[in-house]
Design a protein around this ligand. Structure first.
Ligand code: GLU
Length: 420
């Protein structure tokens, strides 16, 4: 039974994935709800003064999925579609992601239902500070540590850290990760998700025997994850032939000049109108023939409707939840597609967030080389464990990754027991 507060297509999708894995792992019925249902959810109505003197009440949420292994961890999303159900599903995925990569955290996620592009800088700051203020009793370096997600960035984290620190009476950098380096952020954190995506793609290409030189990539979402992944793939020798953002898509079979595209984006805040490629729709982009398809935007993009039409060798999920269970069933019948599932593919972000938290707690900072080599070591281990599980047990890469994550949280809960 899904509690009404979370009920939504995306929460049902996360539960459906969990239920399939729980059946496979033969997790006893009595342990399932305890593993699946988020521990805590906070919903806040936040009155915020607008630049024109009026007041808007924004809704903010934070869901903490489980507290078994340490504090909770996960991003904060500013987007018009944010709901408690979406945040709950994303928190659940964070739990399996942290467990898969061996981080001492439960999953969490937060969000504010707003369109950050329609807010001025001053309004964004007031929304962020109000949201942080409302969450003061629920967050902290040993409780729950937010980070950036869609629609938020280093500046958002700086405001959150400042608001929390003012309340504490002293500087508390470890309350959030993804901060500017000048405020105790980690070197490499900003690029970590996208570089991790590219690292795992290179491992998948090794596995499949695909040569990077001249291979083609299509990237949906040209934000912090997709943009960095595209640049990294380009450096590895791949041609990025199509990209998109929330406003439209671009296609150039000869390869898009990303440095020029970045200049265009810096000027116009969108990829639309770039003259080095032709315009395509998001639907066309997803079914463009390529070696590597990277959905790095919203969830539920590859669905029962288009899964039979995608034409890639590697599906590298930079976004959280981009592929629905209906699409998974179709992709399962297409062994030519190698899936790097979201909780593995985009884990680089939270892994370096963990490094940032450790550095902040110790007030001892690492150089970028140390951060990156530790990141790749963790991703390598998670990749090898997932592919081995997948082969040994005859299940998909997604199923293997989820199984490893869920099994670890299940074991930890069994060991801790039930109190009282
Ligand atoms: N929002 C990112 C994710 O979905 C990063 C979370 C974090 O760094 O805590 O994994």
């Amino acid at each position: 039974m899904i509690p009404q507060v979370y009920d939504s297509p995306i929460f049902r999708m996360a539960c459906q994935q969990f239920d399939l894995v729980a059946d496979f792992l033969e997790i006893p019925e009595s342990a399932r709800d305890r593993l699946k249902m988020p521990k805590r959810a906070v919903s806040v109505a936040m009155p915020v003064r607008r630049d024109d003197g009026s007041t808007t009440v924004f809704m903010g949420y934070r869901v903490q999925h489980h507290l078994t292994l340490g504090p909770t961890k996960g991003g904060v999303r500013f987007h018009p579609d944010v709901t408690l159900g979406e945040v709950g599903a994303l928190a659940m995925w964070m739990s399996w992601k942290c467990a898969l990569t061996g981080l001492p955290y439960g999953g969490a996620k937060g969000g504010v239902t707003c369109d950050p592009r329609a807010l001025s800088i001053g309004e964004l700051e007031r929304v962020t500070r109000r949201y942080t203020q409302e969450l003061i009793p629920f967050i902290g370096p040993q409780i729950d540590i937010p980070a950036p997600d869609m629609g938020t960035n280093e500046q958002t984290m700086a405001w959150m850290m400042d608001t929390y620190s003012l309340q504490s009476g002293h500087c508390v950098p470890a309350v959030v990760t993804g901060k500017p380096v000048s405020l105790g952020g980690s070197l490499g954190r900003k690029e970590s998700t996208g570089r991790g995506v590219a690292y795992l793609i290179s491992r998948a290409m090794d596995t499949l025997g695909i040569n990077a030189q001249g291979a083609t990539a299509v990237v949906q979402g040209y934000g912090n994850v997709g943009g960095v992944a595209a640049a990294s793939l380009n450096r590895m020798g791949l041609k990025v032939i199509a990209v998109s953002d929330a406003f439209g898509g671009l296609y150039n079979p000869k390869g898009i000049d990303l440095a020029k595209l970045d200049e265009h984006v810096a000027k116009t805040k969108s990829i639309v109108g770039f003259d080095g490629a032709e315009a395509i729709t998001n639907e066309q982009l997803l079914i463009t023939p390529c070696d590597v398809l990277v959905p790095a935007a919203m969830e539920r993009q590859i669905t029962g409707d288009n899964a039979a039409k995608i034409q890639c060798r590697i599906l590298a999920e930079g976004a959280n939840g981009p592929t629905t269970p209906e699409a998974d069933a179709i992709i399962a019948q297409r062994p030519e597609i190698f899936v790097i599932p979201d909780i593995l593919c985009n884990a680089g972000g939270v892994v370096v967030s963990y490094f940032e938290w450790v550095q902040d707690l110790q007030s001892f900072f690492w150089d970028e080389g140390e951060v990156m080599s530790k990141l790749y070591r963790i991703l390598e281990q998670a990749f090898v464990q997932t592919i081995n599980f997948s082969r040994k047990r005859g299940v998909s890469m997604r199923f293997a990754a989820l199984s490893l994550g869920i099994q670890r949280v299940h074991e930890a809960k069994q060991m801790r027991g039930l109190f009282p």
